[in-house]
Design a protein around this ligand. Structure first.
Ligand code: 13P
Length: 236
């Protein structure tokens, strides 16, 4: 089953998210697994069985009292099943590093939350020909230090996020193979890999043809339920 994961980021006001949720309720989902990642403040609005619920982040700490943070217990109590960890926006703007991802994964796994671990190279790294080296490092430095269970990888080239640019299909496919091979070789784990970065109802027609891809992590396009409907149609 392919996955369509919708990362709503810090977008939508309360009224907008209610409208979004109502439209989603009427949507035929088909055979694709739809996962919605709203802002923390709206998680409790999403109660339908038609899709699964994910969180865009989680606290690094379980027991510590920490103003503003959200724990796995709290997320589980809202029926959250997935957590995004390692997103490039948080790597860059919140200075999150491997130890944060390791702590977050450990914490999330205590409540059996499934992990969507994001990796991806910057444009500079790509232009220097360092993509695979960067990806391998992002994978090994984190996965060497956590339990390998219920982990998905989202390959999101930083230069493709929010830019309207995507890699060639063949490039995505080769990179997915690379990621799957190293995870298989090093952890004997068959990881599912999503692609993210400027996925839209238009370009998904071609992107769905990538055989070794297990789904998509979509940002901007997923803010409009009509786009989600079109993307689901093309994936089903
Ligand atoms: P865009 O689809 O807006 O490029 O965002 C991708 C992303 O960051 C999903 O996590």
């Amino acid at each position: 089953m392919k996955i369509l994961a919708c990362n709503l980021k810090n977008k939508l006001t309360k009224e907008e998210v209610i409208g979004f949720q109502n439209l989603l309720e009427e949507l035929p989902i088909g055979s694709t697994k739809l996962i919605i990642f709203p802002s923390f403040v709206y998680l409790s609005f999403f109660t339908s069985q038609k899709y699964e619920l994910g969180s865009q982040d989680i606290s690094s700490f379980n027991e510590t009292t920490l103003t503003g943070d959200i724990t796995a217990d709290q997320l589980s109590s809202l029926n959250v099943k997935y957590v995004i960890i390692g997103h490039s926006e948080r790597r860059k703007l919140k200075n999150e590093i491997n130890i944060d991802f390791i702590n977050k994964i450990n914490h999330a796994q205590e409540k059996d939350l499934k992990i969507i671990y994001c990796i991806g190279e910057t444009l500079e790294e790509k232009e220097k020909g360092n993509t695979y080296m960067v990806l391998e490092k992002q994978i090994s430095e984190v996965l060497n230090n956590v339990e390998i269970k219920d982990i998905y990888i989202a390959y999101e080239p930083v230069w493709a996020i929010g830019t309207g640019r995507t890699p060639e299909k063949s490039e995505i496919s080769e990179t997915i193979d690379f990621i799957k091979d190293i995870v298989d070789e090093n952890y004997e784990y068959s990881v599912k890999v999503l692609y993210g970065g400027s996925v839209s109802p238009e370009n998904i027609t071609e992107l769905v043809k990538i055989k070794n891809l297990d789904g998509f992590l979509v940002g901007k396009s997923s803010l409009d339920v009509k786009n989600i409907e079109q993307m689901l149609n093309k994936m089903n």
